[in-house]
Design a protein around this ligand. Structure first.
Ligand SMILES: *[C@@H]1O[C@H](CO)[C@@H](O)[C@H](O)[C@H]1NC(C)=O
Ligand SMILES: CC(=O)N[C@H]1CO[C@H](CO)[C@@H](O)[C@@H]1O
Length: 377
């Protein structure tokens, strides 16, 4: 086996984790990183805890016993979820709301919080409870999930004033399912574990629709016993889960997956344009691809609208470009060449300068069209 390949992930995220933090910090506005670091560092000082409402000891013990019982029996489809504790959910945006709602529908005892309180109402009507701050959710629940939009809000909700860390204590768990960079994830993890609670990084692969359908893919890293304890909850919200080792590895896995996705989309775009140029119907190409070994839901989902030059945003182009940039830096940190990704990155950059940053990343095809036009002139 080629040595370079087998070393890629471990060396990038194990002993050489600093490389990753460095490169990852480039995409986060420096001020935001500093803020996250500040929040987490400041909060690491002994927290000024409001007299904790403390979790009834019995409940803690009960949920531990359940977790222990669970590790031997794997999820049966039937009745309720095999998690008896209370579950907190912070952040009820496009992803968080359907995820929390799936937990409630599965019979979990769920307490929610969102900065905009009205976002909680649909979940309260499904039977969720409400607490006015992340700290209060964390202190009243056994395990708290967080789904925030970006690294800055993930750090703020975990480590800021009235943040989850202020309500955590030994025996409790915090699962961050937001997509953050490895460096922020480590900061959050350190703050959470400083309370004696355990931490799991668990970014998801999949967007709005899979979240609604309970078909997400969890890429987890961090405390393995917490992973086992929350597995039944992950199984309610997702179709598969992976445990990847040290905190930071979930973020890295998501980066590699998104890197592959970015170059696939460019390749697909080139095919659509070429088929049209040589007099084929690009819709037929979409159909042919969907029947073969290279079929992918992404092509079938986005192909028809791409042919019509429509790019309704499911994953913004600027985020795709950012992930390619981070992937290039990651590859550089282990001296791996990724020429296709480098070329794809240039096209996404061109698409951004055409004003397509907030469109779906499939709009990258417009950058190819622009190139074709300028070479005709
Ligand atoms: C996981 O968390 C538990 C509870 O906080 C702790 O006792 C255990 O040492 C942690 N495991 C690891 C590998 O950090
Ligand atoms: C901090 C927080 O949870 N904010 C979320 C509240 O809900 C809106 C939209 O539903 C999200 O966009 C916010 O991120």
């Amino acid at each position: 086996m080629p040595r370079e390949e087998s070393r890629l992930l471990p060396s990038a995220h194990g002993r050489d984790a600093r490389g990753l933090s460095l490169l990852v910090s480039r995409h986060i506005p420096a001020a935001a990183m500093a803020a996250a670091a500040f929040l987490c560092a400041r909060a690491a000082a002994p927290a000024l805890l409001p007299p904790s409402r403390g979790l009834p000891r019995r409940l803690l013990l009960a949920s531990r016993a359940t977790a222990a019982a669970l590790s031997s029996s794997s999820g049966e489809g039937g009745g309720g979820v095999e998690f008896q504790g209370k579950v907190g959910f912070l952040g009820l945006g496009i992803m968080g709301a359907p995820m929390a709602s799936n937990l409630i529908k599965a019979g979990c005892d769920v307490t929610v919080w969102n900065r905009t309180k009205s976002k909680c109402d649909p979940l309260l009507s499904l039977g969720a409870k409400y607490e006015p701050s992340p700290a209060e959710v964390a202190s009243s629940c056994d395990v708290t999930f967080a789904m925030l939009a970006d690294p800055e809000s993930a750090a703020e909700v975990a480590c800021g004033a009235n943040g989850a860390a202020e309500g955590l204590a030994p025996g409790k768990g915090y699962v961050d399912v937001s997509t953050v960079d490895g460096a922020t994830s480590k900061l959050i993890g350190e703050r959470i574990t400083s309370t004696g609670a355990s931490f799991l990084e668990a970014p998801v692969s999949g967007s709005k629709k899979p979240a609604e359908d309970g078909l997400l893919i969890f890429l987890t890293a961090g405390n393995e016993s917490l992973y086992k304890r929350v597995a039944p909850l992950l199984d309610v919200m997702g179709k598969s889960r992976f445990y990847l080792g040290d905190v930071g590895n979930g973020a890295a896995m998501k980066l590699v997956v998104n890197m592959v996705m970015g170059s696939m989309m460019v390749s697909f775009s080139e095919g659509l344009l070429l088929s049209e140029k040589v007099g084929l119907d690009p819709n037929t190409l979409v159909e042919v691809i969907s029947q073969g070994a290279i079929s992918a839901p992404m092509f079938s989902l986005k192909g028809p609208s791409m042919v019509k030059a429509a790019y309704p945003t499911a994953f913004p182009l600027k985020h795709q470009q950012k992930d390619l940039r981070l992937a290039l830096a990651l590859a550089e940190s282990v001296s791996q060449s990724i020429p296709t990704v480098a070329a794809a990155n240039e096209l996404y950059k061109a698409a951004k300068s055409l004003g397509l940053a907030d469109h779906d990343f499939s709009a990258v095809i417009e950058a190819l069209k622009a190139k074709a036009q300028s070479s005709q002139q």
